[in-house]
Design a protein around this ligand. Structure first.
Ligand SMILES: C[S@@+](CC[C@H](N)C(=O)[O-])C[C@H]1O[C@@H](n2cnc3c(N)ncnc32)[C@H](O)[C@@H]1O
Length: 123
């Protein structure tokens, strides 16, 4: 995601956060052109994450928060809300668990699942 966005804004300063040294090293290889700072940090402890004091123009979180328990995810949302400048961009892409099918809306997803299961497709 960042690889596609950063060339559009070449002068931005990027702070990349992940708990994995291997993932940060990969980011370093792939975000060559950006001015960036990479921080190894466990997002379960979001309040101790040290960021630049200026408000953030954008926060991008991709396929990461589902690793955290829900109360910790909420802490991250609150942290983002506090650090994002007014009108800033919060781009969030992740897996989202839907409510159980029988209690979900008009039940259409339940019907879809049943059809898929009958067809032998449980994916
Ligand atoms: C599917 S990868 C996505 C990586 C990257 N955001 C991307 O879109 O390519 C999930 C990432 O979540 C990171 N992660 C999992 N639990 C974490 C935690 N508690 N704190 C920080 N990062 C975590 C893993 O290290 C891994 O790099």
């Amino acid at each position: 995601m960042e690889e596609r966005l950063l060339p559009l804004r070449p002068n931005v300063r990027v702070v990349g956060v992940d708990a994995s040294a291997a993932m940060l090293s990969l980011a370093k290889q792939r975000l060559k052109e950006a001015q960036f700072r990479l921080i190894r940090h466990d997002l379960n402890d979001i309040e101790s994450l040290s960021l630049p004091s200026a408000p953030l123009q954008a926060v991008i979180i991709v396929q990461t928060l589902h690793h955290l328990p829900h109360p910790k995810q909420r802490e991250v949302y609150r942290f983002v809300h506090r650090h994002l400048e007014p009108g800033g961009l919060f781009l969030f892409m992740d897996r989202v668990r839907l409510p159980a099918a029988p209690t979900c809306g008009n039940g259409s997803s339940s019907k879809r699942n049943t059809r898929a299961e009958k067809a032998g497709n449980n994916s």
